[in-house]
Ligand binder design. Structure first.
Ligand code: AMP
Ligand code: ZN
Length: 468
């Protein structure tokens, strides 16, 4: 399998540290608001990458953090007059709801910065001891960027060019820096802000240190893949490398994967331009799977423009898959069981060839756009091989489609899969409606159950139901 490595700027063969295992860290959101559709892009594309590796039989250790202490969180908490922890807890819960709707698997671990402060203090102390960091008079701890000779190797930036760009910039509160290139590891508390005690001052960590510490705790000194959106390459990931490699003395990550940005109306999303959408807003208008399909319709390293047209196209494409699947299911349910014929066995070999097309696309730097084309090839093939086929053949075909949809994390609307409890609850609601003489509602419930293949029978003992 080849993946493009931002560090080498080349597609490289993926060779994991431990065969058939993969350790992976994906920088997660800062939780001060509902996540926006841009945040959903890395979540969806790297979840799909993970699903593919699991499909290949890999055990994936997938870590994704929540940044739960940050200026924006503190500002929001002050506006609302609540503790910062209330803001982050609220938006972590909301983010998890969106992830679930989008069928993004929970990470193996979702560490939170505020729960890992001790580890951050330890790593900062190590950097100070090794001369890679220093403590300014006000207690701020800075990373000594020039002490790390390879600084710039991920973003392909040169320290002197960076220096030239930084020389004029003076950041308020950071007067204690030896060099404008240095960045904050720990900063003193300000009035009304959350803080933790440390050897240097009461304060809080800078942003970059959390990922160095949390990835090491859960994945070790060296991980296979570090991922995130391309805006994180510099300075965030560059700084993570400087911290981790200086502290641990070994390479931090073997591969760096970065997704390109999602734009709206061909511009960067921004509240002031009015082209900013939360995932929640989009899910009011579209099924979550439409958004997921849309995100996967482009290669993760290509910029993607969000538009109504593309969302409608995604909706229609999903509908075509759904129709094919429900046609196959209908055929299976409405015929006698029969074994596979010799001719059908050959057709299944053709399906296997299409599945290999799908795999080749995913092996080529997780090309989900081509993988989706392979799914459509399979759907077309299934549509033209449905009449007069044995139930066993149709079941195999259905399974082949479902396996690929599972890799892409596309969950179809399975209306017939109404759970027994849900049916019982609706029947109870109908009984109540009838008691209240709300016959319109009662009929509506009966009709909607019927549309989902549930037949109701009113008997003297009460309502009985069965699946049609
Ligand atoms: P943040 O909360 O801003 O740190 O972002 C969380 C994740 O979303 C990071 O991996 C960002 O790179 C990514 N991200 C933010 N905005 C976009 C966007 N418009 N398109 C794609 N990825 C984004
Ligand atoms: Zn990070």
């Amino acid at each position: 399998m080849k993946i493009y490595n931002t560090m080498s700027k080349k597609a490289e063969e993926l060779v994991p540290i431990i065969p058939n295992q993969l350790s992976m860290y994906v920088c997660g959101p800062t939780v001060y608001n509902l996540i926006h559709i841009g945040n959903a892009r890395p979540m969806i594309v790297f979840d799909t990458f993970r699903r593919y590796m699991e499909y290949k039989g890999y055990k994936v250790n997938y870590v994704s953090n929540f940044t739960d202490v940050d200026d924006k969180i503190i500002k929001k908490a002050q506006e609302e007059g609540v503790p910062a922890s209330a803001i982050s807890a609220r938006y972590i819960a909301e983010c998890k709801k969106d992830m679930e709707a989008l069928n993004i698997k929970p990470a193996t671990v979702h560490p939170k910065a505020t729960e890992e402060i001790d580890g951050m203090i330890d790593m900062i102390q190590k950097l100070v001891d090794k001369g890679h960091a220093y403590v300014a008079a006000d207690g701020t701890v800075y990373y000594r960027t020039r002490s790390f000779a390879e600084y710039g190797k991920l973003s392909h930036k040169n320290l002197d060019d960076l220096e030239a760009g930084h020389r004029e910039i003076r950041v308020a509160g950071e007067e204690g820096k030896e060099d404008p290139l240095d960045f904050v590891l720990w900063k003193p508390k300000k009035e009304g802000e959350p803080f933790w005690p440390s050897p240097w001052c009461d304060g809080r960590p800078g942003w970059h240190i959390e990922c160095s510490v949390m990835s090491r705790k859960y994945l070790g000194d060296t991980m296979d893949i570090h991922a995130g959106g391309e805006d994180l390459i510099f300075p965030h990931h560059e700084n993570e490398i400087a911290q981790s490699e200086a502290a641990n003395g070994v390479p931090f990550a073997h591969y760096w994967m970065h997704n390109a940005f999602l734009n709206v109306d061909n511009r960067k999303m921004s509240k002031s331009l009015g082209n900013f959408f939360t995932v929640r807003e989009i899910l009011e208008r579209y099924d979550p799977m439409v958004l997921r399909f849309f995100m996967l319709s482009a290669h993760y390293r290509s910029p993607l423009n969000f538009s109504k047209e593309l969302m409608e196209a995604a909706k229609a494409s999903l509908q075509r898959i759904e129709t094919a699947v429900s046609n196959i299911k209908f055929k299976i349910d409405n015929q006698e069981d029969a074994p596979i014929t010799e001719e059908e066995r050959k057709l299944l070999e053709e399906e296997d060839a299409i599945r290999r097309e799908f795999e080749e696309a995913m092996e080529d730097d997780a090309n989900t756009a081509d993988a989706i084309s392979a799914v459509f090839n399979l759907v077309r093939f299934a549509n033209s091989n449905i009449e007069g086929k044995s139930s066993e053949f149709l079941k195999q075909t259905l399974k082949n489609i479902e396996i690929l949809l599972e890799v892409l994390g596309l969950r179809l609307n399975k209306e017939e899969e109404l759970l027994d409890e849900e049916v019982e609850a609706l029947i109870e609601e109908r009984n109540q409606a009838r008691k209240n003489r709300d016959f319109a509602r009662a009929d509506e419930i009966r009709d909607s159950l019927l549309a989902q293949g549930i037949l109701l029978e009113d008997t003297r003992e009460g309502v009985r139901w069965k699946r049609a």
